[in-house]
Design a protein around this ligand. Structure first.
Ligand SMILES: Cc1ncc(COP(=O)(O)O)c(C=O)c1O
Length: 378
């Protein structure tokens, strides 16, 4: 059962997800949109986000593991689902039985998929992930010819259905970076090589959020946005693209108290009150996903204004300064850590201060943090 009154929560607005998907669908033109819901929907709730996104016009879903894909099927989602971070000992039988599209990165992966398909006596839906320069997963250029010749045999034998070829860009957040065009050229060569072998993919796709929003020439048959679906700009220095952040991270004030001039606050007394003041205790700390490195360098939205954090962020709690507390903040009031209200901090501010990216900020809330969904189709 849901905790009806959590101390710390993330609230995910599914109407914002739908709004963002509509923007991406518009940018995609004739191409389909595959919404990436790996890592539990970037910590927004994969099932809820997937349903809202499909209702708003997305056509397919992308995840990393078979486990993530099966979870979506179990929730009643029938749209195509691709999983792409597989190994030779992944449970492909489970994936094939659940109609999950499997991406392979090597001959060994493809052999394992074929074994599972034969065992189940059912055709596997197969996608080739090709490495065009990111040098992470994906078939290497050297192994690609061997993958193609095995794939040709498996298609001829009816063991696999060849659904797609895709690749992933290394620097799409710099839309004019020469590596993008280089990867595009290598990608097109990979597609051409497959065709020369008589292999005809039903789809080819390359673009993540950044490319989907800035490089319409790379849309091909489908785009694969992740972060933009959640309302965070993949290139914040260029534009917010009209996206609406979906996640609000908030907590209820646990205590309001006076601190006298000269008193230190939190471990190490890194902050000493320069005058008598009032502080509010926020029951959220680094165990809940508030980066400790933000200590003394960020604000929360509370009582209609930004309130600066004072002293160190602890495992479970942090303290903010209310000054004379003219706003009358009381125990139980809601403090917004990021997102939500106009004026509240944006995950990008946390990312800038913490020296990271907003992806990591929204993926951080965990443990005690209760997630709820509002708005949209569920
Ligand atoms: C293969 C692949 N496609 C698409 C995405 C979505 O990327 P983004 O969240 O930058 O849109 C990712 C994310 O890492 C990915 O690994």
């Amino acid at each position: 059962m849901n905790n009806p009154d959590p101390q710390v929560e993330t609230v995910v607005d599914l109407e914002a997800i739908a709004h963002n998907v509509r923007i991406l669908v518009e940018h995609a033109g004739d191409a389909a949109v595959m919404v990436v819901v790996k890592a539990d929907g970037y910590n927004h709730g994969a099932v809820e986000v997937a349903k809202a996104a499909l209702a708003a016009g997305a056509r397919e879903l992308g995840v990393t593991t078979v486990e993530e894909a099966v979870k979506l099927r179990r929730a009643g989602i029938t749209a195509p689902i691709l999983c792409w971070l597989n190994t030779s000992d992944t449970d492909y039988v489970r994936a094939i039985a659940a109609d999950i599209e499997i991406a392979v990165s090597s001959v060994a992966h493809l052999e394992a998929v074929a074994r599972a398909a034969r065992e189940l006596n059912r055709m596997a839906i197969l996608t080739l992930k090709v490495d065009t320069g990111l040098n992470r997963n994906g078939v290497s250029q050297t192994e690609y010819p061997r993958v193609l010749s095995l794939l040709r045999e498996l298609v001829a034998a009816g063991t696999v259905r060849f659904r797609a070829i895709f690749s992933h860009l290394a620097q799409a957040d710099a839309p004019h970076h020469p590596s993008i065009d280089l990867q595009r050229d290598r990608f097109l060569e990979c597609v051409a090589e497959a065709k020369e072998q008589g292999l005809q993919p039903e789809l080819v796709h390359l673009s993540n959020s950044a490319a989907a929003l800035t490089r319409p020439d790379l849309a091909f048959d489908m785009v694969r946005p992740g972060i933009a679906v959640y309302g965070l700009s993949p290139i914040p220095e260029i534009s917010d693209f009209g996206l609406r952040p979906a996640m609000t991270f908030r907590a209820r004030v646990a205590l309001v108290k006076q601190v006298a001039a000269g008193e230190g606050v939190s471990y190490g007394h890194e902050w000493i009150a320069p005058h008598d003041t009032t502080v509010a205790l926020i029951p959220a700390g680094y165990a809940d996903g508030v980066p400790r490195v933000l200590g003394g360098r960020f604000d929360v939205w509370l009582g209609g204004a930004r309130r600066p954090n004072r002293g160190r962020i602890c495992m479970d709690q942090l303290v903010v300064d209310l000054g004379d507390n003219a706003a009358g903040v009381r125990e139980g009031d809601t403090a917004i850590l990021f997102g939500g209200a106009p004026g509240a901090p944006h995950p990008q501010e946390w990312a800038d201060t913490a020296g990271t990216i907003h992806y990591e900020i929204v993926c951080a809330p965990r443990g005690r943090v209760v997630r709820t969904h509002i708005g949209g189709a569920r």
